[in-house]
Design a protein around this ligand. Structure first.
Ligand code: SAH
Ligand code: SF4
Length: 370
């Protein structure tokens, strides 16, 4: 099997080139061809010798995930469905916003955490993505608008690990891919422009602080454990107090004045009352945080509903009065099912969760009808 160079760190590539009898600077050249110029064909790497090109051709490859489908939304959002083999498909979304373009990247095929409001969770879980499959998404997005790229005119200015999957349950590949996103000879994004979003794996947040100081976002969604246990099942293992303590430790370790973003999905009459807002303001009092409210995005089969704009406004205004920077995430790409929580891809579900929840729905509807 050929070695895929796409997911290799510069260090690993230098060692690999030395093992081929080549000088380390050759690895740097190839690294830049791949990530900065978007080249996957060795013949186009004009500063390499013919012999080296032959060796690389024989032993290695630069293999991104394959594009199965791509579609533009009327608001400019673009969604890709990417094949990672054996029928597994993941989704990725690019959201342009003025000078910014944020790429929402997947970390797993499906997700085992199974939050009750998330379409990805309902798909079940197939497998973790490799570093090459994660950074390969950035590679695909960067090269979708013409290649080779003009250096300096980037398509992707920000990356959020908010596609399919729980990134902290796929720790090494995700953090290695994030290192490539931030590497100045690869995609060169600053630590504030690469964000990892997690449903709250406490020990992994501590581990993350040892290897990166990238931006952290917490999928909080509830102001008390009773409610959060229902929405994010992981909360039973890592309750809110432990989670917020881990956030404090992360921010302290990063040593700057940053605020952590707390994401809060607003689900009609589930977690969107004024009492919930009051409780939220209380628990975040000592945590330097911004709050990002996400009105629930519906998907087939869910019973949850998006609250009215009025309920969303009331919730937001209350938090703002309490001194919190609070924003409401505008829904993008809904017409192509590219909005938050709507990414499903195709998951060879090893957990058989989808099947079980469909059977359960069938039983409930039979009960209701008959
Ligand atoms: N697993 C990680 C990262 C991916 S989830 C996490 O949970 O943080 C992607 C984001 O979409 C999270 O912020 C999640 O809370 C949000 N999301 C999931 N389902 C949603 C839905 N139905 N409507 C709106 N946002 C949703
Ligand atoms: Fe997984 Fe995140 Fe969806 Fe929860 S919200 S099921 S952790 S992808």
């Amino acid at each position: 099997m050929k070695t895929n160079l796409l997911g290799m760190s510069l260090d690993a590539m230098e060692k690999f080139f030395v093992s081929l009898g080549e000088k380390p600077y050759r690895a740097r050249q190839v690294f830049q061809w791949i990530h900065q110029k978007g080249i996957s064909n060795f013949n186009e790497m004009s500063n390499l010798s013919k012999d080296l090109k032959c060796i690389l051709e024989e032993k290695t490859e630069i293999k991104p995930p394959e594009i199965v489908y791509e579609k533009d939304s009327k608001d400019g959002t673009r969604k890709w469905v990417l094949s990672v083999g054996e029928g597994d498909l993941v989704e990725m979304v690019l959201i342009p916003e003025g000078k910014r373009a944020t790429l929402c990247v997947s970390s797993q095929v499906g997700c085992a955490v199974d939050c009750s409001f998330c379409a990805t969770g309902k798909q079940g879980f197939s497998r973790n993505l490799s570093t090459a499959e994660i950074i390969g998404q950035v590679w695909v997005a960067e090269n979708s608008f013409g290649t080779p790229r003009d250096h300096g005119s980037k398509n992707v200015t920000n990356i959020v690990m908010m596609g399919m999957g729980e990134p902290l349950l796929n720790f090494e590949p995700v953090t290695e891919a994030m290192n490539l996103m931030m590497h100045d000879k690869a995609y060169g994004l600053s630590k504030r422009k690469v964000t990892l979003s997690t449903s709250g794996l406490v020990p992994m947040i501590d581990k993350l602080s040892e290897v990166t100081d990238a931006a952290l976002t917490i999928s909080l969604h509830a102001p008390n454990d009773k409610l959060r246990d229902d929405l994010v099942p992981l909360n039973k293992k890592y309750p809110i107090k432990k989670l917020l303590d881990a956030v404090t430790r992360y921010v302290e370790k990063c040593g700057d004045q940053r605020k952590t973003t707390m994401e809060y999905i607003l689900i009609n009459k589930v977690n969107d009352s004024l009492d919930n807002a009051k409780e939220l303001a209380e628990i975040l009092r000592d945590i330097p945080s911004k709050i990002n409210l996400i009105p629930f995005n519906p998907f087939p089969g869910t019973e949850y509903k998006r609250p009215s704009n009025m309920r969303v406004e009331t919730f937001k205004k209350f938090l703002q009065k309490q001194g919190y920077i609070t924003t409401v995430r505008t829904t993008r790409g809904e017409d192509i099912m590219a909005a938050c929580g709507q990414l499903v891809g195709k998951v060879n579900d090893k957990t058989r969760r989808k099947e079980r929840s469909q059977n359960k729905r069938k039983r409930i509807s039979t009960k209701l009808i008959g």
